[in-house]
Design a protein around this ligand. Sequence first.
Ligand code: SF4
Ligand code: SF4
Length: 351
Amino acid sequence: MSAKTLTQADLTSLVSDILAADKRVVAPSLVGIGPLEHIEYRPLHKAEDMVLDRGLPKRSIKEMFFPPTEVVFRWKQKKSDVAIDEIPTTFQQTVVIGALPCDAAAPGIVDRVMNWDYRDELWNGRREATTIVAMACDGGDKSCFCTAVGLGPESSKGADLLLTPVKAGYHVDVLTPKGEELVSKYSKRFGEAKSADEAKKYQEAARKKVEGNLSFDAPKMRAWLEGNFENEYWRTIALRCHGCGTCATMCPTCHCFDIVDENEGVLAGERRRNWDTCQTGKFTLHGSGHNPRHDQNARFRQRVTHKFAIYPGKFGEILCTGCGRCQRQCPGGMDLLEILGDIARMAGGAA
Ligand code: SF4
Ligand code: SF4
């Protein structure tokens, strides 16, 4: 791993250079006006639209790899024959700049399921076309718990480059071949690394800030979840959940989808996949009318159990980056930190 320095002015020029090379640059940007103003990851039209000092964007970068709705193929019927139009699975080269570590780590976690029993070409095509330049976080807010799930405000997991704010601009850790390629292609924008100690101090302070929010013993939590499917706790905790699915929509690692056919007349149509979530009643509704997750207790239990027991059991990774979005934006006030803290205590693994 090598290191570089990037001034603020050079970062702006770097973005302009990449845009001029016909690549897409996605970065945190200001959207909305007045009280609705907030930050989202958006494709940039110009470098000056990038906003890197306003914390975590409202939605995650999930949709850069897995759009809320997309066509998987189109079909046309001619007498008894059906012609299928495949959808291209190569995508415009994209550089994501300023992904917070909890977002940069998420696609790598979801890679496991997208390459498990079937290689998802649309997901992998976007992954291969994308370079992720992560930004070390200042420790976020009281809803963050990245350190409890093995990450941290300085985590480089999933990042090709990691920028850490320093007085001179940014200390840059070059982490992967994709990161090296970016640095060598735009080498005139990068200077010699001079601020490694200053970057380390920034990262340590950020870690200290977030570490106090939550910690738990992941294997003990998993064991509790596996052994407490019918625990009364689920009945009390899920009462506030409306089943709206906001949590899954905002989550960088929730990845469920539904497949629907949309006809254009009677002889043509397209097959789409649309985001879906285990938090809604119809997700597991069978054609017979039977629903194995017939109430919100069962549905909320599924979300927590999948993330902290089932996925780790199958793929060795917790399906959560501790970004805190699900609790910041839940209309029912479901507090995942509080819930994980409760479970950790019941599991005997609270730190
Ligand atoms: S936990 Fe909150 S955001 Fe998620 S489905 Fe329930 S009410 Fe909606
Ligand atoms: S479950 Fe909540 S805290 Fe964890 S990654 Fe998803 S939105 Fe973030």
